[in-house]
Design a protein around this ligand. Sequence first.
Ligand code: AMP
Ligand code: MG
Length: 352
Amino acid sequence: MNTNLLSNFKKFLLHCLGLFSVLSAFVSCTQAEPSKTEFALGTICTVTLFDEATDIIYDDIFNKIREIENLMSVNISASDISRINAAAGITPVHIDKDVFEVIEQAVYFAKISDGAFDPTIGNLVSLWGISSDSPRVPSREEIAEVLPLINWQDIELNENEQTVFLKRSSMALDLGAIAKGYAADAAAAIISKAGVKRAIIDLGGNIVLTGEKKDKSAWRVGIQNPVEQRGQYIGVLRILGEANKARTIVTSGVNERFIEKDGVHYHHIFSPDSGYPAENGLLSVTIITTNSMNADALSTAVFVLGYEKGRALIESIAETEAVFIFEDYSVKKTDGADLTITDNAFSLVNIK
Ligand code: AMP
Ligand code: MG
């Protein structure tokens, strides 16, 4: 087992422990089938169906998740994203309808975040290789070389032809900040179509809760402690479910993927301006809303934007709340987030 596999395996075990705590944070629900966990989209994906669960529904969900991975992963050379990247500066590429929709949404979030979220960040992501077998801290020159290749405005979308064209050669898309959310929504759609009334989908921390709890009480979801292992929480969010409706909780933070070099912690969410991991006093940002793709894009966007601009963006979007955890262990939240801090090291600060 190479070191990366070993560390993935360790992460898997830690996740199983963490997941146990997450699930135990959800108050009683009768479970007809055990959860199902698989490694996909570069992370650990767990789906728990309550009531009316069948193996066929689980299979449908995981087949869909793998289909999305095959279309959107930069690590699969035949994926739509790899084909678009290979044709950068050369020719538009006809792609799958769902991938087109995700790229369209990625461009939308790039626009409303003023480029803090930028799906053309591919070259920078591979230069650092934080999620790869050979992560490293690149030189300033290397970073300066790839920065000009990041610009979402150079993505040309043709809706009629269903094609995507990256205008300049060597540009590269990376949907790592949005694809898990899209996959979680797709899983929720399958669950709802199958008539399963309540479920928990957890794709590496992109959580979707469908429906309401049997006793109609609020779902309780732990917010990950951003400086501890998975499964350690700073507090609990109470989220009232509704029949036939999904709620989603998505976190972007410094401890999901990172490398340490010379005592410095380098995480995986980059500022498209500097080319270095975004640094603005935040340890994590959690978004609570109804659509997981939106939450995924927003958690990354807000993490890069920082607290003031990020909060303003969230407050401009309906039915969307956020929790911000800072390096000094203070915590801020938007008005509609129902959060109780359970770890004394962290404190909720009510001022804006
Ligand atoms: P997330 O964990 O959802 O915040 O997404 C982080 C992943 O998105 C990284 O592993 C990269 O693949 C990619 N990424 C990093 N920085 C950005 C950014 N500023 N805009 C868009 N995608 C990014
Ligand atoms: Mg994201």
